[in-house]
Design a protein around this ligand. Structure first.
Ligand code: GLA
Length: 448
């Protein structure tokens, strides 16, 4: 990792070399590590991430036409396209689509194509497919670069609401955590973020503990294979809403739009208590769509239409388990926030462990390498250890007492990376001690 000021001056120089002129601005959008609240955001339930040192930088200058010329300092191929009201995507999986997602989102917001194109040089040091949000950081950085090129401003809170639906351009049904933390993060703090509508507040991190992140070396690309597993879970949560509609019939004025509506509709009840309501309607086994439809007393075609289930998907859907995870995970975020405000690191660690077990057993987003890392972390004295991000690979996040960090890293390097890397060489590039960094920024470069 290279310090940001050094990377900034390097990218300014590299922009000169690439485009033969000076950049007008540099934007920075950080990646994030989620401490607790996994797969809750698209259910309109809270998350607890922090922004990290790793970021996407974009140096840029406006053009006189509507073309976007994108160079990438990390080796991805150059891309060109033009701003239009409706921007056709590159091939699925192309890195340029994340920038198009931002351009399309802004065109939708203004209901007009952006007027001025830009020459852009992109540089990032967030490992891709690691669950550290390299893709959303690119979307956020691109949006800020396009706004800067057009001398437009949108408040970061508003951008944090516009960009999550915009990112669905790449085909993942993601929630709003990654863009919100990249834009709104505060140094030294995690953020508790709530959705629909977006709200956030800083939460102190425990004193005397480090946040250590370890890559399983299994890449889970949001635009690749992990997309299907992710989107399936979004559909399962939508099916859980239909199951609760049935179970809570008579107590609801209209169908639930998200599990996150429950605390507003039933403020006197705990979220986890709705697990019993679910159990009355769906059994704790995976069901195909026809079985779900029978359990809910709804025709398959209606369920498909209401939940947006594509014609080529008929399950199996683990509706009960997925919803149990989401409901209990959101409750854990509430308890973690209370614990952290009291400085109770041990309690926070226990909640991280419980979250991992639930991600593994109920949400089924772990993999053998993540399991190995969590067991090793426990052996090495982590106060809490869990997978972080979408899962299916990527990283674990660990809460480790400052005094134990050195021994922790030695243990993981030897037992996990030792067999996979030459110790002391690439292992250093796979596990990180992160501190909580501030959110995105736009720096105007003055030319005197
Ligand atoms: C990905 C998505 C987020 C969130 C996490 C899981 O990072 O982009 O919106 O759903 O997975 O918590």
């Amino acid at each position: 990792m290279t310090a940001v000021p050094v990377r900034m001056s390097r990218i300014v120089e590299a922009f000169h070399t690439t485009f033969g002129r000076a950049p007008a601005f540099v934007v920075r959008a950080p990646g994030r590590v989620n401490l607790l609240g996994e797969h809750t955001d698209y259910n309109a339930l809270p998350v607890l991430p922090m922004a990290i040192e790793r970021s996407v930088l974009i140096a840029g200058a406006p053009r006189d036409d509507v073309s976007v010329v994108l160079h990438n300092a990390t080796g991805f191929p150059t891309r060109r396209y033009g701003f239009e009201r409706h921007i056709p995507p590159f091939e699925a999986g192309d890195w340029g689509n994340y920038t198009k997602a931002a351009a399309q989102g802004l065109a939708d917001y203004y209901d007009a194509a952006l007027a001025r194109g830009a020459d852009l040089l992109v540089d990032g040091d967030i490992p891709a497919g690691a669950g550290l949000s390299s893709s959303s950081a690119l979307v956020v950085a691109s949006a800020l670069a396009f706004l800067a090129a057009n001398e437009l401003e949108i408040p970061f809170e508003t951008l944090a609401e516009i960009l999550p639906p915009a990112e669905r351009y790449v085909g993942t049904l993601s929630g709003g955590m990654d863009q919100a933390i990249s834009l709104l993060a505060q140094a030294g703090h995690a953020l508790r973020i709530d959705f629909a509508p977006l709200r956030y507040r800083p939460v102190p991190l425990p004193q005397g503990y480090a946040i250590v992140v370890c890559h399983s070396l299994v890449r889970a690309e949001k635009s690749g294979a992990a997309k299907l597993g992710y989107n399936m879970r979004v559909l399962e949560c939508r099916l859980a809403c239909r199951a609760l509609d049935r179970s809570l019939a008579g107590q609801l004025q209209r169908p639930l739009s998200a599990l996150g509506e429950l605390p507003h509709l039933f403020p006197q009840r705990s979220l986890s208590s709705f697990v019993d309501d679910l159990a009355r309607v769906v059994p704790d086994v995976p069901l195909d769509l026809a079985q779900v439809a029978t359990a809910l007393g709804v025709p398959v075609a209606v369920l498909r239409a209401e939940c947006g289930i594509p014609a080529d998907h008929s399950g199996p859907f683990a509706v009960f388990r997925r919803a149990r995870h989401v409901l209990c995970e959101a409750e854990r975020v509430d308890r973690a926030e209370e614990g952290l405000r009291r400085g109770d690191a041990a309690m926070f660690g226990r909640l991280m462990d419980a979250s991992h077990a639930s991600c593994r057993d109920d949400y089924e987003i772990s993999c053998p390498e993540l399991e190995e890392l969590v067991v090793l972390a426990q052996q090495a004295g982590a106060v809490g250890a869990r997978l972080t991000g979408a899962g299916f690979g990527g990283c674990t996040v660990n809460l480790v007492a400052d005094g134990d960090v050195k021994a922790f890293l030695e243990h993981i390097d030897k037992q996990f990376y030792g067999g996979r890397f030459t110790i002391g060489k690439s292992a250093e590039e796979a596990r990180f001690v992160f501190s909580a960094r501030p959110g995105a920024e736009v720096i105007t470069i003055s030319h005197r």
